[in-house]
Design a protein around this ligand. Structure first.
Ligand code: SF4
Length: 275
C-alpha cells in the first residue's frame, strides 16, 4: 500500500508510532510488515510487566462491570500481592454508588475536522456532574511528566471525548483526565480540559494527520534518535540493534515507556457506546 486509505482511523497508538519514528509507522500501517525482530519487549524481559498490566486492566474492568469485589480480590491474589494491592487501591478510590456511572474499556469513534479518530478508554465516569477519563498505568518506573505531556494519548483522548460530548450537546468544561499510576498513586497526572486545550489539540491533530497523509512513501524517514530503536520491533530490519543504540538508565526507562505507550491497545472489537 503506497498511501493511507482515506478512511484510515487515527489512534493514540498509531500517532505515537509516527511521532517516535515515521519509518516505523510506514512499516506497520502502510506496509503491514510482520514484526520480525527478536528484540521485543518480551525478549528484553518485560513480559511479566506487560502481563501484570493486562491482568489488572481485566480485573478493574470486572469491578466496574459489577462483578463481586471479594471474588475479584481473591482472583487478584492468585496473580500476586501487588495485583491485589492495585485492585484494592482502585476499589477504595472508586466506591461504586447508584448515582455514579462508569464504563470500562469504552471505545469512542469520532470524526475530527473530517478525519476519523478513535480512542479506547480504560475508564470513563460521570461523577457529580463531571466527566472523568482514567488511564491505568502499571509501570514499575516513576512517571515521566514531560513524556506524558508530549504524548499523543494526552492530547487525543480528551480531544475525542470533548468532540463527542459536543456532538451530544453536553458541556465539556467539567472534563478531567488522569493518568493513574498504580505503583505511584501520589504521582498520578491529572488535568482539567478546557477550550484552549481543545483548540490547541485539534490544531495539533489536523496538522499531524495532514502531514502523515501527504507524505510520499520515501518521506517516512527513520528516526535520528537511536533510543527509539532500542526496543523497536523492526530493529533487525533497520539494522539498529542494541549495539547501535546507546543506553543510559534514563534512556532505557524512556525507551521502554515509549514502546509500551506506542503499543497500547490498538483498535479492537470493543463495543462502542454513547455516554
Ligand atoms: S528500528 Fe528505529 S528506525 Fe527502524 S523502525 Fe524502529 S525506531 Fe524506526
Amino acid at each position: 500500500m503506497d498511501k493511507l486509505p482515506d478512511n484510515f482511523v487515527f489512534s493514540q497508538s498509531n500517532l505515537q508510532n509516527f511521532m517516535d519514528c515515521a519509518l516505523r509507522f510506514k512499516l506497520r500501517y502502510l506496509e503491514r510488515m510482520p514484526w520480525p525482530a527478536p528484540f521485543t519487549l518480551e525478549a528484553q524481559g518485560f513480559e511479566a510487566e506487560r502481563k501484570a498490566g493486562d491482568t489488572i486492566h481485566r480485573l478493574i474492568r470486572g469491578y466496574f462491570e459489577g462483578l463481586d469485589p471479594l471474588s475479584l480480590l481473591n482472583n487478584a491474589l492468585l496473580h500476586g500481592e501487588l495485583t491485589e494491592v492495585w485492585l484494592r487501591q482502585v476499589m477504595d478510590a472508586f466506591p461504586l454508588s447508584e448515582s455514579d456511572t462508569y464504563r470500562a474499556e469504552l471505545r469512542i469513534d469520532q470524526t475530527l475536522g473530517g478525519v476519523p479518530a478513535t480512542a479506547i478508554y480504560d475508564l470513563v465516569g460521570q461523577e457529580s456532574g463531571k466527566v472523568l477519563i482514567i488511564d491505568w498505568k502499571s509501570s514499575s518506573r516513576r512517571p515521566n511528566f514531560r513524556r506524558i505531556r508530549e504524548s499523543a494519548q494526552k492530547r487525543l483522548f480528551p480531544l475525542v471525548m470533548a468532540a463527542h460530548l459536543q456532538e451530544w450537546q453536553t458541556e465539556y468544561s467539567n472534563l478531567e483526565m488522569t493518568f493513574w499510576e498504580l505503583n505511584f498513586p501520589e504521582s498520578s497526572f491529572r488535568f482539567i480540559y478546557n477550550q484552549d486545550l481543545y483548540a490547541a489539540d485539534l490544531a495539533w491533530f489536523m496538522e499531524l494527520t495532514a502531514q502523515i497523509k501527504n507524505l510520499s512513501p520515501e518521506g517516512f524517514q527513520a528516526t535520528d534518535d537511536l533510543r527509539k530503536c532500542r526496543y523497536c520491533q523492526y530493529q533487525s530490519y533497520c539494522r539498529r540493534g542494541p549495539a547501535e543504540a546507546p543506553e543510559a538508565k534514563e534512556d532505557r526507562d524512556e525507551a521502554i515507556d515509549a514502546m509500551i505507550q506506542a503499543g497500547e491497545i490498538e483498535i479492537g472489537d470493543l463495543r462502542v457506546e454513547p455516554l
